[in-house]
Design a protein around this ligand. Structure first.
Ligand code: ARG
Length: 257
């Protein structure tokens, strides 16, 4: 083979590699990785065949796809979502995450898209009797690690000396907490969890809402601090979507009883 011919082949090869690579970066730039904690129906959960679905997932996909992005969803433990966002491993958090001052120092939140309070779940027929927050101190109380419910139990009951720290169970996953609740009060007597999620579990499992604690929380999507371009797009689209018929369909799909 002549040198020229070889050169030509190498050049064609390089051009091809170049095109493939730029094709890749092109696609990457347009792909948004959404992190969630898929243990929180009806906002996010995993189906039997392993796909991640829910109100948050539909909503963030709609918003990002409207803005021209391809969306990938990743399941991550709730208390690792903020660190993963800060490390740049995910671009957006969609996890029924409450907007609050402490988190505002770590991430940037979108406009609020859903309101919630805390509820106390107990096993149906367990004999656990809770009519006010002080009644909680008679039982083993649980909450998901890193959540506002966990913070509430910790600051209101544990830090004030009302609940023995040995009687406070922290769960990595909300699903594990729901399981333990159904193992009976010797394992877990009461679970503090977001009210819309408590209602969803109560509709499907042998658990019921004993008490609601008014905390006036609002969920927001989160992006890395400084990612104002993405945040502006999300906020603009959220505003459009919340006023649309799509919003009503979404609410009906996930919250109609
Ligand atoms: N709203 C609560 C919080 O922000 C609980 C959210 C838990 N989300 C979840 N996908 N497990 O702390």
């Amino acid at each position: 083979m002549g040198n020229r011919k070889l050169m030509a082949i190498v050049l064609i090869g390089l051009t091809f590699v170049g095109m493939t690579l730029s094709g890749c970066t092109q696609q990457k730039a347009n792909t948004i990785i959404v992190g969630t904690s898929a243990d929180y129906p009806p906002f996010e959960n995993t189906t039997v065949n392993g796909s991640i679905v829910g109100f948050d997932i539909d909503l963030i996909k709609k918003v990002l796809q409207d803005e021209g992005y391809t969306v990938q969803v990743r399941d991550i433990a709730f208390d690792s979502l903020i660190p993963e966002l800060q490390l740049g491993h995910i671009n957006v958090i969609a996890a029924a995450m409450t907007i609050n001052a402490e988190r505002e120092t770590q991430v940037s939140f979108s406009r609020p898209y859903y309101d919630a309070n805390q509820s106390v779940l107990v096993q149906t027929g367990s004999g656990v009797n809770i009519t006010n927050t002080i009644d909680l101190t008679k039982y083993i109380v649980g909450a998901q690690t890193g959540t506002t419910g966990w913070e509430w139990v910790n600051s209101t009951l544990v830090a004030t000396g009302k609940l023995n720290p040995d009687h406070f169970n922290s769960y990595q996953s909300a699903l594990l907490a729901i399981n333990d609740l159904q193992n009976g009060p010797t394992r877990l007597g009461a679970l503090v969890i977001d009210s819309p999620v408590a209602n969803a579990f109560a509709a499907k499992q042998a658990v019921k809402v004993a008490l609601t604690i008014t905390t006036n929380e609002s969920y927001g999507f989160a992006v890395k601090i400084g990612n104002t371009a993405l945040l502006t797009k999300i906020n603009n689209d959220l505003l459009n979507v919340t006023g649309s018929s799509y919003w009503k369909e979404l609410v009906d799909k996930y919250f109609a009883s």
